[in-house]
Design a protein around this ligand. Sequence first.
Ligand code: SAM
Length: 275
Amino acid sequence: MTLALPPLREVIARHGLRASKALGQNFLLDGQLLDRIARVPGPLTDEVVYEVGPGPGGLTRALIRAGAEVTVVERDHRCLPALAELADAAPGRLHVHEGDALAFDAAAAIGRAPHIVANLPYNVGTALLVGWLTGEAWPPWWKSLTLMFQKEVAERIVAAPGTDAYGRLSVLAQWRGQAKLAMTVHRSAFTPPPKVMSAVVHIVPGEQPAGVRCATIEALTAAAFGQRRKMLRQSLRGVPGALDALTACGIDETRRAETVSVDGFVALAQTLERG
Ligand code: SAM
Protein backbone atom coordinates (compact mmCIF):
# COMPACT_ATOMS: atom_id res chain seq x y z
CA MET A 1 0.00 0.00 0.00
CA THR A 2 1.36 3.45 -0.93
CA LEU A 3 0.95 6.15 1.71
CA ALA A 4 0.64 9.82 0.75
CA LEU A 5 2.37 11.33 3.76
CA PRO A 6 5.01 13.99 4.41
CA PRO A 7 8.54 12.85 5.39
CA LEU A 8 8.90 11.73 9.01
CA ARG A 9 11.35 14.53 9.82
CA GLU A 10 8.70 17.06 8.85
CA VAL A 11 6.06 15.25 10.96
CA ILE A 12 8.43 15.22 13.94
CA ALA A 13 9.20 18.95 13.53
CA ARG A 14 5.57 19.97 12.97
CA HIS A 15 4.35 18.11 16.09
CA GLY A 16 7.35 19.15 18.22
CA LEU A 17 8.35 15.53 18.91
CA ARG A 18 11.68 16.26 20.52
CA ALA A 19 12.99 12.84 21.58
CA SER A 20 12.41 12.24 25.30
CA LYS A 21 15.25 10.46 27.11
CA ALA A 22 12.90 9.41 29.91
CA LEU A 23 10.74 7.51 27.39
CA GLY A 24 13.78 5.96 25.69
CA GLN A 25 12.99 7.65 22.40
CA ASN A 26 15.40 6.95 19.55
CA PHE A 27 13.50 7.21 16.30
CA LEU A 28 14.16 5.37 13.05
CA LEU A 29 13.58 7.55 9.99
CA ASP A 30 15.15 5.62 7.08
CA GLY A 31 12.27 4.16 5.06
CA GLN A 32 14.41 1.42 3.45
CA LEU A 33 15.72 0.25 6.81
CA LEU A 34 12.18 0.31 8.23
CA ASP A 35 10.93 -1.75 5.26
CA ARG A 36 13.67 -4.33 5.97
CA ILE A 37 12.55 -4.57 9.61
CA ALA A 38 8.93 -4.92 8.51
CA ARG A 39 9.96 -7.90 6.33
CA VAL A 40 11.44 -9.81 9.29
CA PRO A 41 8.09 -11.37 10.40
CA GLY A 42 7.52 -12.66 6.82
CA PRO A 43 4.77 -11.59 4.38
CA LEU A 44 2.26 -9.33 6.15
CA THR A 45 -0.50 -9.00 3.56
CA ASP A 46 -3.79 -9.43 5.44
CA GLU A 47 -1.88 -10.17 8.65
CA VAL A 48 -2.51 -8.38 11.93
CA VAL A 49 0.41 -6.65 13.68
CA TYR A 50 0.67 -5.31 17.22
CA GLU A 51 3.29 -2.59 17.36
CA VAL A 52 4.44 -1.34 20.73
CA GLY A 53 5.82 2.21 20.98
CA PRO A 54 5.23 3.55 17.45
CA GLY A 55 6.46 7.06 18.32
CA PRO A 56 6.02 9.25 15.22
CA GLY A 57 5.10 6.15 13.21
CA GLY A 58 8.08 5.30 10.99
CA LEU A 59 7.92 1.55 11.56
CA THR A 60 4.11 1.74 11.56
CA ARG A 61 4.21 3.19 8.03
CA ALA A 62 6.48 0.34 6.90
CA LEU A 63 4.16 -2.28 8.42
CA ILE A 64 1.14 -0.73 6.67
CA ARG A 65 3.11 -0.52 3.40
CA ALA A 66 3.80 -4.25 3.81
CA GLY A 67 0.05 -4.92 3.86
CA ALA A 68 -0.65 -5.33 7.59
CA GLU A 69 -3.51 -4.06 9.72
CA VAL A 70 -1.73 -2.54 12.71
CA THR A 71 -2.76 -1.92 16.31
CA VAL A 72 -0.38 0.31 18.26
CA VAL A 73 0.00 1.33 21.89
CA GLU A 74 2.03 4.46 22.62
CA ARG A 75 2.71 6.00 25.98
CA ASP A 76 3.68 9.49 24.76
CA HIS A 77 0.52 11.50 24.12
CA ARG A 78 2.56 13.98 22.03
CA CYS A 79 2.77 11.30 19.29
CA LEU A 80 -1.00 10.84 18.98
CA PRO A 81 -1.70 13.63 16.44
CA ALA A 82 1.02 12.26 14.12
CA LEU A 83 -0.43 8.76 14.48
CA ALA A 84 -3.95 10.13 13.81
CA GLU A 85 -2.68 11.58 10.51
CA LEU A 86 -1.27 8.20 9.60
CA ALA A 87 -4.58 6.52 10.49
CA ASP A 88 -6.40 9.00 8.20
CA ALA A 89 -4.01 8.19 5.34
CA ALA A 90 -4.61 4.44 5.76
CA PRO A 91 -8.33 4.05 6.52
CA GLY A 92 -9.16 0.97 8.62
CA ARG A 93 -5.51 -0.11 8.76
CA LEU A 94 -4.33 1.55 11.96
CA HIS A 95 -5.85 1.39 15.45
CA VAL A 96 -4.19 3.68 17.98
CA HIS A 97 -4.27 3.24 21.77
CA GLU A 98 -2.62 5.58 24.23
CA GLY A 99 -1.13 3.87 27.27
CA ASP A 100 1.61 1.82 28.86
CA ALA A 101 2.26 -1.40 26.96
CA LEU A 102 3.10 -3.12 30.24
CA ALA A 103 -0.51 -2.63 31.37
CA PHE A 104 -2.28 -2.99 28.01
CA ASP A 105 -4.35 -6.13 27.26
CA ALA A 106 -3.41 -6.45 23.60
CA ALA A 107 -4.86 -9.96 23.18
CA ALA A 108 -8.31 -8.64 24.16
CA ALA A 109 -7.98 -5.45 22.11
CA ILE A 110 -6.87 -7.16 18.90
CA GLY A 111 -8.92 -10.35 18.92
CA ARG A 112 -6.81 -12.13 16.23
CA ALA A 113 -3.33 -13.56 16.67
CA PRO A 114 -0.91 -10.77 15.72
CA HIS A 115 2.74 -10.60 14.81
CA ILE A 116 4.27 -8.40 17.49
CA VAL A 117 6.81 -5.80 16.36
CA ALA A 118 8.52 -3.27 18.60
CA ASN A 119 11.41 -0.86 18.88
CA LEU A 120 11.25 -0.06 22.58
CA PRO A 121 13.47 1.16 25.38
CA TYR A 122 15.36 -2.01 26.25
CA ASN A 123 14.09 -2.37 29.84
CA VAL A 124 10.46 -2.18 28.70
CA GLY A 125 11.25 -4.53 25.78
CA THR A 126 12.84 -7.10 28.07
CA ALA A 127 9.94 -6.97 30.56
CA LEU A 128 7.43 -7.40 27.72
CA LEU A 129 9.47 -10.22 26.16
CA VAL A 130 9.54 -12.13 29.44
CA GLY A 131 5.77 -11.59 29.79
CA TRP A 132 5.12 -12.87 26.25
CA LEU A 133 7.33 -15.94 26.76
CA THR A 134 6.07 -16.97 30.18
CA GLY A 135 2.71 -18.10 31.50
CA GLU A 136 1.23 -21.57 31.21
CA ALA A 137 -1.02 -20.92 28.19
CA TRP A 138 0.72 -22.21 25.07
CA PRO A 139 0.63 -21.82 22.07
CA PRO A 140 0.60 -18.08 22.78
CA TRP A 141 -1.87 -15.44 21.57
CA TRP A 142 0.75 -14.04 19.16
CA LYS A 143 2.24 -15.49 15.93
CA SER A 144 5.78 -14.14 16.14
CA LEU A 145 7.93 -11.54 17.91
CA THR A 146 10.18 -9.06 16.06
CA LEU A 147 11.89 -6.90 18.65
CA MET A 148 14.69 -4.36 18.60
CA PHE A 149 17.09 -4.56 21.53
CA GLN A 150 20.50 -3.30 22.47
CA LYS A 151 22.77 -5.70 20.55
CA GLU A 152 24.17 -7.10 23.80
CA VAL A 153 20.63 -8.00 25.00
CA ALA A 154 19.76 -9.50 21.59
CA GLU A 155 22.90 -11.67 21.81
CA ARG A 156 21.81 -12.92 25.23
CA ILE A 157 18.42 -13.96 23.84
CA VAL A 158 19.89 -16.09 21.04
CA ALA A 159 23.05 -17.24 22.87
CA ALA A 160 24.24 -20.86 22.82
CA PRO A 161 25.25 -22.75 25.98
CA GLY A 162 28.87 -22.39 27.02
CA THR A 163 29.04 -18.71 26.06
CA ASP A 164 29.15 -15.72 28.41
CA ALA A 165 25.93 -14.38 26.91
CA TYR A 166 23.97 -17.57 27.66
CA GLY A 167 21.60 -17.11 30.58
CA ARG A 168 18.02 -16.97 31.80
CA LEU A 169 16.81 -14.95 28.80
CA SER A 170 18.37 -17.45 26.37
CA VAL A 171 16.63 -20.42 28.01
CA LEU A 172 13.28 -18.62 28.35
CA ALA A 173 13.32 -17.62 24.67
CA GLN A 174 14.69 -20.85 23.27
CA TRP A 175 12.68 -23.45 25.17
CA ARG A 176 9.51 -21.86 23.81
CA GLY A 177 10.51 -21.30 20.23
CA GLN A 178 13.13 -20.57 17.65
CA ALA A 179 14.99 -17.35 18.37
CA LYS A 180 17.33 -15.79 15.82
CA LEU A 181 19.20 -12.55 15.38
CA ALA A 182 17.58 -11.12 12.23
CA MET A 183 19.71 -8.02 11.68
CA THR A 184 21.99 -5.60 13.43
CA VAL A 185 21.23 -1.89 13.28
CA HIS A 186 23.99 0.69 13.55
CA ARG A 187 23.52 3.32 16.25
CA SER A 188 23.76 6.06 13.60
CA ALA A 189 20.44 4.86 12.11
CA PHE A 190 18.60 6.35 15.11
CA THR A 191 17.67 9.96 15.86
CA PRO A 192 19.20 10.71 18.31
CA PRO A 193 21.80 7.91 18.16
CA PRO A 194 21.93 5.73 21.29
CA LYS A 195 25.31 4.92 22.88
CA VAL A 196 25.37 1.30 21.71
CA MET A 197 24.51 -0.83 18.67
CA SER A 198 21.10 -2.46 18.30
CA ALA A 199 19.81 -5.69 16.83
CA VAL A 200 16.47 -7.16 15.84
CA VAL A 201 15.53 -10.54 17.30
CA HIS A 202 12.88 -12.73 15.69
CA ILE A 203 11.12 -15.42 17.73
CA VAL A 204 8.62 -17.94 16.41
CA PRO A 205 6.79 -20.05 19.00
CA GLY A 206 7.39 -23.79 18.94
CA GLU A 207 5.65 -26.79 20.46
CA GLN A 208 5.64 -26.93 24.23
CA PRO A 209 7.55 -30.04 25.44
CA ALA A 210 5.28 -32.45 27.32
CA GLY A 211 5.14 -32.46 31.11
CA VAL A 212 6.75 -29.07 31.79
CA ARG A 213 5.23 -26.04 33.43
CA CYS A 214 6.69 -22.68 32.62
CA ALA A 215 6.80 -21.84 36.33
CA THR A 216 9.27 -24.72 36.85
CA ILE A 217 11.58 -23.55 34.05
CA GLU A 218 11.43 -20.04 35.51
CA ALA A 219 12.27 -21.26 39.02
CA LEU A 220 15.18 -23.39 37.75
CA THR A 221 16.68 -20.69 35.53
CA ALA A 222 16.25 -17.96 38.16
CA ALA A 223 18.12 -20.08 40.73
CA ALA A 224 20.76 -21.48 38.36
CA PHE A 225 21.66 -18.19 36.68
CA GLY A 226 21.11 -16.12 39.83
CA GLN A 227 24.45 -17.57 40.94
CA ARG A 228 25.88 -18.43 37.53
CA ARG A 229 29.49 -18.69 38.73
CA LYS A 230 28.54 -21.30 41.34
CA MET A 231 28.24 -25.06 40.78
CA LEU A 232 24.70 -26.33 40.25
CA ARG A 233 24.71 -28.19 43.56
CA GLN A 234 25.09 -24.79 45.24
CA SER A 235 22.89 -22.60 43.00
CA LEU A 236 19.98 -25.10 42.85
CA ARG A 237 20.04 -25.89 46.57
CA GLY A 238 16.92 -23.78 47.20
CA VAL A 239 14.80 -25.55 44.55
CA PRO A 240 13.12 -28.58 46.20
CA GLY A 241 14.05 -31.83 44.42
CA ALA A 242 16.50 -30.17 42.01
CA LEU A 243 19.62 -31.98 43.25
CA ASP A 244 17.96 -35.39 42.81
CA ALA A 245 16.72 -34.28 39.38
CA LEU A 246 20.32 -33.44 38.38
CA THR A 247 21.38 -36.98 39.21
CA ALA A 248 18.36 -38.51 37.44
CA CYS A 249 19.15 -36.49 34.30
CA GLY A 250 22.85 -37.39 34.39
CA ILE A 251 23.87 -33.74 34.81
CA ASP A 252 27.02 -33.47 36.92
CA GLU A 253 26.25 -31.30 39.95
CA THR A 254 29.67 -29.67 39.74
CA ARG A 255 28.75 -28.05 36.41
CA ARG A 256 27.69 -24.41 36.18
CA ALA A 257 24.40 -23.18 34.76
CA GLU A 258 25.92 -21.76 31.59
CA THR A 259 27.01 -25.25 30.45
CA VAL A 260 23.51 -26.76 30.65
CA SER A 261 21.65 -26.79 27.31
CA VAL A 262 18.05 -25.66 26.88
CA ASP A 263 17.10 -29.36 26.50
CA GLY A 264 18.96 -29.99 29.77
CA PHE A 265 16.82 -27.45 31.62
CA VAL A 266 13.66 -28.93 30.05
CA ALA A 267 14.72 -32.46 31.13
CA LEU A 268 15.39 -31.17 34.67
CA ALA A 269 11.93 -29.54 34.80
CA GLN A 270 10.25 -32.72 33.49
CA THR A 271 12.04 -34.80 36.11
CA LEU A 272 11.13 -32.37 38.91
CA GLU A 273 7.48 -32.44 37.88
CA ARG A 274 7.31 -36.22 37.80
CA GLY A 275 8.32 -35.86 41.45
N1 SAM B 1 8.86 2.84 16.87
C1 SAM B 1 9.46 4.17 16.76
C2 SAM B 1 10.65 4.10 15.85
O1 SAM B 1 11.12 2.97 15.60
O2 SAM B 1 11.12 5.15 15.41
C3 SAM B 1 9.84 4.73 18.12
C4 SAM B 1 10.88 3.95 18.87
S1 SAM B 1 11.41 4.67 20.39
C5 SAM B 1 12.89 3.71 20.65
C6 SAM B 1 10.39 3.91 21.64
C7 SAM B 1 8.94 4.33 21.67
O3 SAM B 1 8.29 3.58 22.69
C8 SAM B 1 8.73 5.79 22.00
O4 SAM B 1 7.79 6.35 21.12
C9 SAM B 1 8.22 5.78 23.44
O5 SAM B 1 7.37 6.87 23.73
C10 SAM B 1 7.47 4.46 23.46
N2 SAM B 1 7.34 3.86 24.80
C11 SAM B 1 8.26 3.85 25.80
N3 SAM B 1 7.80 3.17 26.85
C12 SAM B 1 6.57 2.71 26.51
C13 SAM B 1 5.60 1.93 27.18
N4 SAM B 1 5.80 1.48 28.42
N5 SAM B 1 4.44 1.64 26.52
C14 SAM B 1 4.22 2.10 25.27
N6 SAM B 1 5.12 2.85 24.58
C15 SAM B 1 6.27 3.15 25.20
